[in-house]
Design a protein around this ligand. Sequence first.
Ligand SMILES: C[S@@+](CC[C@H](N)C(=O)[O-])C[C@H]1O[C@@H](n2cnc3c(N)ncnc32)[C@H](O)[C@@H]1O
Length: 270
Amino acid sequence: MRDDAVIDDAAVVARLRSAGCVFAEDEAALLLSAATSRGELDALVERRASGEPLEQVVGWAEFAGLRILVDPGVFVPRRRSEFLVSVAVGLAGWRPGNREIPVVVDLCCGTGALGLAVANGLAGWADLHAADLDPAAAACARRNVEPAGGQVYVGDLFGALPGGLRGRADILICNAPYVPTGDVAFLPAEARDHEPLVALDGGLDGLAILRRAASDAPGWLAPGGVLLVETSDRQAPEMTGAMAAAGLSPAIHTDEDWGATVVTGRAADR
Ligand SMILES: C[S@@+](CC[C@H](N)C(=O)[O-])C[C@H]1O[C@@H](n2cnc3c(N)ncnc32)[C@H](O)[C@@H]1O
């Protein structure tokens, strides 16, 4: 630690507080530990003070007990999505026929945090595949997923996946954008200014991408496999309808603490 660390600490807290950061002390501690020089510290503090998400500034986010690398311009995994992870792990554990390593597919993966956390929740006992339309997100996901033995692809939903995965996904996560187009303007500036529109805008009613995912999922799910998506509580009934229309058995899961809603659709056991 530098001798002037205490002075830096107070100055950084003051700068962050003046920029409107509510948790200025905690954020200052993270920025101080991320910087390796005074110049770098100044640059990081100014990026944060100008509204860039803390996770993009320090380069990582905590998610489900894991340290996930986050690149600038890539969607920051939200803590409420830990609920989807816990539902996925529970459903994977419940399935009969665990004789083989479960195949976990994470579509619209962003940093890859959710698939990685599910694999971690299965004690690493998973064949992990992740994909995203945005090459920057896929590059970030590669840095997280490949060291854990997973693979990352670039492309539109299932179009990104190798054909060999057809009919093999035991757990199929798709945390796609689900904000209705008209509501994007009301998101916090941190999201609007520093996360790409493709990561936020879910179309007219927010379900455009998720409907496509539900419709095509049966071709990629293993017998008894489950599709899991996050929605708002208002969107959940419409999403269960889309799952049912695709031939999946739908269910809604909610967690009041996180304010999270997850819709699942299970393929028939054959
Ligand atoms: C809300 S972010 C979620 C990222 C990640 N699943 C998470 O929870 O942290 C949505 C992600 O979906 C990706 N995306 C949007 N449309 C897509 C599509 N048609 N096919 C694949 N990925 C898409 C975006 O690039 C973005 O990374």
